[in-house]
Every structure is written in C-alpha cells, then in structure tokens.
Design a protein around this ligand. Structure first.
Ligand code: SAH
Length: 215
C-alpha cells in the first residue's frame, strides 16, 4: 500500500543525486521501509528522515542509506558485514543488491533490537540472505571474515583496525568516524595491500560502542 510513496521518495533521492545506479534504485523501491519501523513512527516511513526504533537508536534517513550503498559499489555474490544492524533495513537493501548468491552478516549489540531486526527481516522474506548476530561488531566478525564490503551505521573514534583486517583485497568499507555529535563519513579502500581513506561529508550517527568504539 505504500508502494507509490516509496517510489516517489526514491525518485526524489535520484533527483537530489544521492542515488544513481539501478541496483540501488530497485532495492530502495522494493524493500518496504515501513515494515522496519515501530507502530508509532510507521506513518513517517517515506519521509527522508532518521526515525526512532527504540532503545535510543535510529534507522538512518533514506538519503544516507542510499548514499552509503552507492559508495559501496556492491556486486552480486558479495559477502557483506554490517556493524549496527538496528532495524535490519539497511542490511536488507544490501542483501537485495548482492542477490541470492550473496550474504549479509549484520551485527547488533543490543539484544532486543537484534531480535526485532530478525522479525523485520523475516517479514520481508530476506531471512535466507541476512544473518543477524548479537554482539560487538566493532571488532568485526572473525568467524565469517573476510568480507568484500563492510558498512557501519554507528560512529567509531577511528576506523577500527579489525574491520580493515577483515576486508578482502580489493575491498571497500564505508562508516562514520568521530566521537562528537557530528562526524565524517569515511570511505576506506583496500587495494594491493594499500589502505586509502576519503572524506565524504558530515554526518550524525549514534556512537559505536564496544571494544573499538567510543566506550
Ligand atoms: N542500519 C540500521 C541503523 C542502526 S543505528 C538500520 O537500518 O536500521 C546503529 C545501531 O548500531 C544501533 O542499533 C546500535 O545499537 C548499534 N551499535 C552500536 N555499537 C555497536 C557495536 N559495537 N556493534 C554492533 N552494533 C552496534
């Protein structure tokens, strides 16, 4: 029932230049953002804004999710790590793009959010392509490493070393870095053993907790 609204939102993001490529467009048109939201905010599903998902955490604004997915240059069959699963929405978009042969491992540190994310992922039929793990994703997920792509939706004081280690070569990671309310979105690329970092603009994410996080 929200399909028209969703398409309008995606068209707006394309017009604004946040979203450019067909795989990202079709993922954002297909995955039903409203299914990842608590009842009290569901009616805002198609506003381009972050929303509360409980326990003081938020689902990122659609333009931010779209922008991060574009930066990741996802391809079919990839293995992806997400740090900060939250509602599971971002993970499902990535899973849509990498297709049946790919897999997303999404680590969420708050148990109740992880359980809810699993329900949300099941509700949109993506449970075979997304695995939610409760734990501290700041140290990556060694048992399923390496990952072709890594994305984080929570901000670390610096790029956590284990995440760099658990990236394939070549590989790409996108994450917010900074300990204040505003941070910088950083694009990390690993190629031929070399690591480069590019700044992609100011952002405001919740803090990354855990061993390589803020506390
Ligand atoms: N991608 C999510 C947005 C989640 S908000 C979505 O689409 O809904 C960021 C999440 O990161 C919060 O749920 C928070 O609990 C989680 N988080 C913070 N530190 C973490 C850590 N070290 N490991 C895993 N998750 C973490």
């Amino acid at each position: 029932m929200f399909e028209e609204e969703r398409k309008r939102l995606v068209a707006r993001l394309v017009g604004q230049g946040y979203v450019r490529t067909q795989p990202v467009i079709s993922a954002m048109e297909s995955v039903q953002r409203h299914r990842f939201l608590p009842d009290d905010v569901r009616r805002y599903a198609h506003s381009d804004t972050p929303l509360q998902i409980g326990r003081g955490q938020t689902i990122s604004a659609p333009h931010m999710v779209g922008m991060m997915l574009e930066l990741l240059e996802l391809e079919e069959g990839y293995k992806v790590l997400e740090v900060g699963g939250g509602s599971g929405y971002h993970a499902c978009l990535a899973a849509h793009i990498i297709g049946r042969e790919g897999h997303v491992y999404s680590v969420e540190i708050i148990e109740s959010l992880a359980r809810q994310a699993e329900k949300n992922i099941l509700a949109v039929g993506m449970h075979e392509r997304v695995t939610v793990i409760t734990g501290d994703g700041s140290k990556g997920l060694k048992r399923f490493a390496p990952f072709n792509r890594i994305m984080a939706a929570c901000s670390a004081p610096s790029v956590p070393e284990p995440l760099i280690e658990q990236l394939t070569d070549p590989g790409i990671m996108v994450l917010p870095v900074g300990s204040g309310y505003f941070q910088e979105l950083i694009l990390v690329k690993k190629k031929n053993g070399e690591i480069t970092q590019q700044r992609k603009g100011g952002v405001a994410f919740v803090p990354m907790r855990g061993e390589f996080g803020i506390d």
